[in-house]
Design a protein around this ligand. Structure first.
Ligand code: PLP
Length: 404
């Protein structure tokens, strides 16, 4: 019986392998004090990680670890329940206050991941606002798409970052239906940034609620790490700012911030919030330490920007093709799925540089790439080594896409 099911599962996996989209895990072991180096258990050697979303190295920051150790010793391992049934810890409340303050909002609500915060919030609001229509950017993350789908609300997809197209869709909708404009600030694969002010202008003209995913921006942009909306002085114009605690803040978890009524509404109606055990108090404590640190320290952001500038300069000097964008994400364009995997493998096995290939379906076919996110803990010599390795691999493949 089980063998028949397994045959079905294997056939599906064979399909992924045949089209090059089967994902292989790298078994890495980070050691505090050594990031971005990590021990690769397959290769039995240290490698340098270039594709981590712990963008600022906060996952091993002393203040974060100290707060987590203290909370672990004080409160134990788990929260012990859902937030409603004995799982609300003092640390959750403190972290929500910190996040609301970071984004200049009345309230915040924690979730177990950024994925869940998008899924549950959009799924709940769009389902329960009668006749609601969601206007969703064409390149929105899967968690938003799934949330909108789950809500069963009508959806209109506007062209990526195209304010004119958004305005056209909005103008076609009846004035009296509730509308939600859902978009991201930094898009994670191309590293481009949304025209947030212009989107707010249009949304305000049509009375739409604005929902902004700042997952790749929190901790990273803005004077206090409040994201691109903070950097551009626009936080007050966004109805819901959503973020993660797992990337720039280096821990795990997700959240929304917005009005007290909206957060209480989601808290009260979202099944993905209500029916899941709360984050452990030590996680909340670590995340709060990270947020607090990055609100008053720009050292990490500056170090990260310097590394990005230096890597871009070295890629240009070496004639290696990369997408230009205003963010911290450097997509080195390979534009061929097999070559992308082969270069990633060679970087790892020959040179000890770990960068996962980004292939279809994450990006369209023909736009395969290496997505590099250098951080403040990469040294100049690490960057020099990486670019020398890339240059060598490009020289061995004359057919590859070139800069310019
Ligand atoms: N939103 C965007 C744009 C993302 O890229 C991701 C994850 O990569 C998420 C949400 C989910 O966040 P988390 O990793 O905290 O679940």
């Amino acid at each position: 019986m089980d063998a028949a099911f397994d045959a079905h599962f294997r056939a599906a996996l064979d399909g992924l392998k045949a089209d090059g989209s089967y994902r292989i895990f790298a078994e890495l072991e980070r050691r505090v004090g050594h990031f971005p180096k990590a021990y690769h258990h397959g290769l039995k050697r240290d490698v340098t990680i270039w594709c981590s979303n712990d963008y600022l190295g906060m996952g091993e920051h002393k203040e974060v670890l100290t707060a987590m150790h203290a909370a672990l010793d004080q409160s134990g391992a788990g929260a012990g329940g859902t937030r409603n049934i004995s799982g609300t810890c003092h640390e959750h409340v403190l972290l929500e206050q910190e996040l609301a303050s970071l984004h200049g909002k009345e309230a915040a609500l924690l979730f177990n991941s950024g994925y869940l915060s998008n899924w549950a919030t959009l799924g709940t609001i769009a389902a329960r606002l009668k006749n609601c229509v969601v206007l969703s950017d064409a390149q929105n993350h899967a968690s938003m798409i799934e949330g909108i789908r789950h809500s069963r609300a009508d959806k209109r997809i506007f062209r990526h970052n195209d304010v004119g197209d958004l305005a056209r869709h909005l103008s076609e909708l009846p004035a009296n239906v509730p509308k939600i404009v859902a978009f991201e600030s930094v898009y994670s694969m191309d590293g481009d940034i949304a025209p947030i002010a212009e989107i707010c202008d249009v949304a305000e003209r049509y009375g739409a609620l604005t929902y902004l995913d700042e997952v790749h921006a929190v901790g990273m942009y803005g004077h206090q790490g409040g994201g691109v909306a903070e950097e551009r002085g626009l936080s007050h114009r966004i109805s819901v700012i959503e973020g993660t605690l797992g990337k720039g803040f280096g821990v795990v978890g997700g959240y929304i911030t917005g009005s007290a009524a909206l957060c209480d509404f989601v808290r009260s109606f979202a099944s993905g919030f209500i029916f899941s055990t709360a984050l452990p108090p030590m996680i909340a404590a670590g995340a709060r330490a990270s947020v607090r640190h990055l609100r008053q320290s720009s050292v990490e952001r500056e170090g990260q920007r310097a590394a990005v500038r230096y890597l871009r300069q070295c890629l240009d000097d070496a004639g290696l093709p990369h997408l230009s964008n205003p963010s911290h994400i450097i997509p080195v364009m390979v534009c061929d799925a097999k070559e992308c995997r082969a270069i990633s493998d060679a970087l790892l096995t020959r040179y000890g540089h770990y960068i996962q290939p980004i292939n279809y379906p994450t990006v369209p076919r023909g736009l395969e790439r290496l997505r590099i996110t250098p951080g403040p803990l990469h040294r100049k010599s690490d960057i020099d080594d990486l670019v020398a390795a890339l240059k060598q691999l490009w020289s061995e493949r004359p057919g590859l896409s070139q800069a310019g």
